[in-house]
Design a protein around this ligand. Structure first.
Ligand code: FHN
Length: 583
């Protein structure tokens, strides 16, 4: 095999170069394919509705019964070039394929007999075919390897003390198979590890040492465990609200499962794929999106079509994302999101209409020009003005056929941005918990599953004391009335108040927003109409109502966000507070 690889042992790229490949790429295809795809979540006539690659575990299928899937596995329609062509057409820059998932079945030729070449009528090696197809197409190629969970092996799961009996599996199957992957398929972009469980630091380190020895150019993700990965993988389906520094990725699915499931057609559409991709790049990360080919080896056509349509957009607007820097703002905007290449900003419009004004606060740079990223733009240059920290761009009438339209702005030098959030006078502005200043309460991270394996993540302010306060520094575009919506769960059936620094306040009663166990049911409740008498800087504070205090209890309430929606911009009231709060 060595001849296929060239001399890569001597030509190790530096860490910076490896990072550069990752940073430039931004968008990747994740593929979950294995014996579970044969079952498609159907076992003994019963359809199961969680993530399908967990079928063996969730249905408690004995190893010998599950192994029978191998005897049937003959995906004759599998065509590595077709999958890779789809990834390319979708605009993805590398592919990560499940060489071995938790069920222990290897989708490559291994000395361990439980592998696709030796144990199925199919008899081909998809890792080889995909690695070669990616090389031909100029895409990066990496493999997923479940290093800790192996439900096929008696010692490959739930080690008691991190050594025996797990050590026997680790030495006997895990390390030899990783060696095979590192030596049989030419240069890999990465090995993508998963669920390190109770692996010891030494075990994680030994895998990394093997990678450094055999493929120093291959990256390692954080799920190798014990802090030795080179880039961070966030929680499954986690789309961060705030910018994250360093190398990281969001991993996501095109429906609600990773492996193929006959019962799951909850597909993303091209617009949603693009919005998620852009949002992740704007926060500083890479987006790896999964497909689950079926038992024939076919990627379901509905999602293939959506991926291609998103790819057509990327073919027109790729320079706004590949190699792009994150938004100068830490957060998304009311109208969409922003990416940057040097002194060029790209405003990706998710939510807009012709003739509307795109407004944003706190850009620290003068704008030289604004244009549509469109083929014919003659006569349609949007007008813009910068005033008092606000930038306003007036969209022309009659524009827009794209799932996401893009404005290109040229700035004087590289733009920075204020951390203070602007409150728009025409569109709702969401103030997330992540950006609140907290006293007597804490920011907590919540993760839960809706269906089995379908993760949701949200940060929220919780653990309130009676004198606690969550406050947001804002810049209000125009004085007037704003309807406040509070997104929360776990109500305490108590009064809360939202107060401005102009002594305006609304008091609302926290209603029922039932959560079930770990599952958080965040709901945006209307709380009241609040007035800002002046434009400019303000402070908005949320507190429990003290007169309600019961020393024996906590105030409760888990608050994810406050949204301010312009109530009636034309109906401005007096500049004197008509309704002073009680002291
Ligand atoms: O248990 C796996 C799951 O099946 C899937 O592979 C995902 C992908 O990130 N990783 C694990 C759960 O986080």
């Amino acid at each position: 095999m060595k001849e296929l690889w060239g001399d890569h042992r001597q030509t190790s790229r530096t860490a910076a170069e490896k990072a550069d490949f990752f940073r430039q790429s931004k968008y990747a295809m994740f593929i979950h394919w294995g014996l579970y795809s044969q079952a498609g979540n159907l076992w003994n006539g019963v359809q199961y509705h969680g993530i399908s690659e967990w079928l063996m575990r969730c249905r408690e299928i004995p190893v010998r019964d599950y192994e029978r899937l191998a005897a049937e596995f003959n995906p004759t329609a599998f065509d590595a070039d077709a999958w890779v062509a789809l990834a390319r057409e979708a605009g993805m820059r590398y592919v990560v394929f499940t060489a071995k998932h938790h069920d222990g079945f290897a989708l490559f030729k291994s000395s361990h007999p439980y592998n696709i070449v030796d144990a199925t009528p199919f008899g081909r090696d998809p890792v080889r075919e995909l690695s070669e197809a990616c090389r031909r197409a100029g895409l990066g190629f990496g493999v997923y390897y479940s290093q800790f969970q192996d439900w096929h092996e008696i010692n490959g799961w739930d080690p008691v003390d991190g050594k025996t009996p797990f050590e026997a599996y680790f030495e006997g199957k895990c390390l030899p198979q990783i060696r095979e992957l590192l030596t049989q398929y030419g240069p890999l972009s990465m090995i993508w590890f998963d669920t390190p469980g109770t692996m010891t630091a030494e075990q994680s380190r030994r895998i990394v040492d093997l990678m450094r020895e055999l493929q120093p150019n291959a990256l390692t993700n954080s799920r190798i465990g014990n802090g030795v990965g080179e880039y961070a993988t966030l929680g499954d389906h986690e789309l961060p609200v705030r910018r994250i520094d360093g190398l990281w990725e969001t991993i996501d699915t095109t429906n609600d499962t990773w492996g193929y499931s006959r019962s799951d057609s909850n597909w993303l559409d091209d617009g949603e794929i693009l919005r998620r991709l852009i949002g992740v790049v704007a926060r500083g990360g890479n987006y790896m999106l999964n497909v689950g080919p079926d038992s024939f080896g076919v990627i379901p056509p509905v999602i293939a079509g959506a991926l291609r349509r998103a790819g057509q957009w990327l073919a027109r607007h790729g320079e706004t994302l590949y190699g792009a820097q994150p938004s100068p703002w830490e957060f998304a905007q009311t109208w969409g999101d922003c990416t940057r290449q040097g002194s060029r900003l790209y405003f990706h419009l998710f939510d807009w209409r012709p003739g509307a004004v795109v407004r944003c606060y706190g850009l620290r740079a003068a704008i030289r020009s604004v244009r549509w990223r469109k083929a014919s733009e003659e006569g349609e240059r949007p007008a813009f003005r910068q005033n008092d920290g606000w930038l306003e761009i007036s969209l022309p009438l009659g524009c827009g056929t794209e799932p996401v339209e893009v404005l290109e702005l040229e700035t004087e030098g590289e733009a920075g941005a204020e951390s203070r959030r602007g409150v728009d006078s025409e569109s709702p502005t969401r103030l997330d918990a992540e950006f609140a200043q907290l006293r007597g309460c804490t920011l907590e991270s919540f993760s839960w599953m809706e269906k089995f394996g379908e993760w949701k993540h949200r940060k929220a302010v919780a653990c309130w004391q009676w004198d606690g306060e969550a406050a947001w520094e804002v810049a209000v575009a125009a004085p007037g009335l704003y309807k406040a919506f509070i997104t929360y769960c776990d109500p305490c059936h108590r009064a809360w108040e939202l107060r401005t620094d102009e002594a305006e306040r609304i008091v609302f009663w926290a209603r029922d927003a039932e959560s079930r166990g770990e599952v958080k049911r965040f709901v945006a409740f209307p709380a009241g109409v609040l007035e800002f008498h002046t434009s400019g800087n303000h402070r908005l504070a949320l507190t429990p109502v003290l007169s309600d205090a019961d020393p024996g209890t906590a105030p409760g309430l888990t608050v994810a966000a406050i949204s301010l929606q312009p109530y009636n911009v034309n109906q401005l009231t007096t500049t004197v507070n008509p309704n002073p709060p009680e002291t």
